[in-house]
Design a protein around this ligand. Structure first.
Ligand SMILES: Nc1ncnc2c1ncn2[C@@H]1O[C@H](COP(=O)(O)OP(=O)(O)OP(=O)(O)O)[C@@H](O)[C@H]1O
Length: 233
């Protein structure tokens, strides 16, 4: 593989990220110079004890929060210091989120939830959006429940809708925070397998935070964190 094509395999990269949270006495140096890169088609697990900064890092990588220092590139574009508008556009175009507490809109149908990111992007017609959402819901095994409201779906089914929604705009990167956290073994396996197989087929990178050692073991790379930094185990 040429140096150039290897370079272009890196879809997400950050360098020297620092983040402080809280005020005054309570101010915490949460991220202490974190560098990370993710390549297409690979699944990365970020692991580490509670409070070490995993979710904070995922928020930075997802352009949902601004670091105090450091740089971040998404799909080759330097995003640190870019405008809110540019960050929102890059987020909609390149990122998919499966966050445990990033709720679906439960009062809307599975189909509407999956169409939502496509609506925001505004590239497809209504018929195209519906066809794509139906196809995604079929691939997560919910072909017969596309019109069910979120409230009428089980936790595992909601999580599968979240996976379909994360894939809606064919993002370069999927960020997942404890994607299987509140699921039983069977649903946890299903969601993990779906996430990885669908993303691998499409050459996406997946970065997931997990406390589950079985899930971490099945990822291509495990990146342990301690006290706001990556460490080698
Ligand atoms: N708004 C805030 N103000 C002050 N400290 C905060 C704030 N948000 C998070 N923190 C602290 O930052 C640290 C990192 O939090 P973070 O949620 O990133 O950890 P985590 O590794 O994801 O933990 P967990 O595995 O429990 O989800 C924690 O010590 C937390 O208490």
């Amino acid at each position: 593989m040429s140096a150039k094509s290897m370079q272009s395999d890196i879809v997400l990269r950050c360098e020297g990220m620092h983040r402080y949270l809280g005020e005054g006495e309570g101010r915490v140096h949460v991220l202490r110079g974190v560098s990370f890169e993710a390549k297409r088609g690979n699944v990365y697990a970020i692991v580490g004890p509670s409070g070490c900064g995993k979710s904070t890092l995922l928020y930075q990588l997802g352009l949902l929060d601004q670091p105090d220092d450091g740089r971040i590139w998404l799909a080759g574009e330097l995003m640190s210091n870019s405008s809110d508008q540019a960050r929102t556009a890059a987020r909609n175009r390149h990122l998919g989120f499966v966050f445990q507490f990033h709720f679906l809109m439960l009062e809307f149908s599975a189909l509407e939830n999956v169409m939502m990111p496509m609506r925001k992007q505004g590239r497809l017609s209504a018929a195209e959006m519906e066809a794509r959402a139906t196809s995604l819901l079929t691939s997560v095994g919910l072909a017969d429940k596309t019109h069910r409201l979120g409230t009428q779906l089980s936790g595992g089914e909601q999580q599968r809708v979240a996976v379909a929604r994360a894939l809606a705009n064919e993002p370069s990167v999927i960020l997942a925070d404890e994607p299987t956290g509140n699921l039983d073994q069977k649903n946890s396996d299903m969601v993990f397998n779906l996430l990885t197989s669908l993303a691998k087929e499409n050459g996406q990178a997946i970065v997931l935070v997990t406390h589950n050692p079985d899930i971490a073991k099945r990822c291509d790379f495990v990146r342990p964190m301690r006290d706001g930094e990556f460490v080698t185990d």
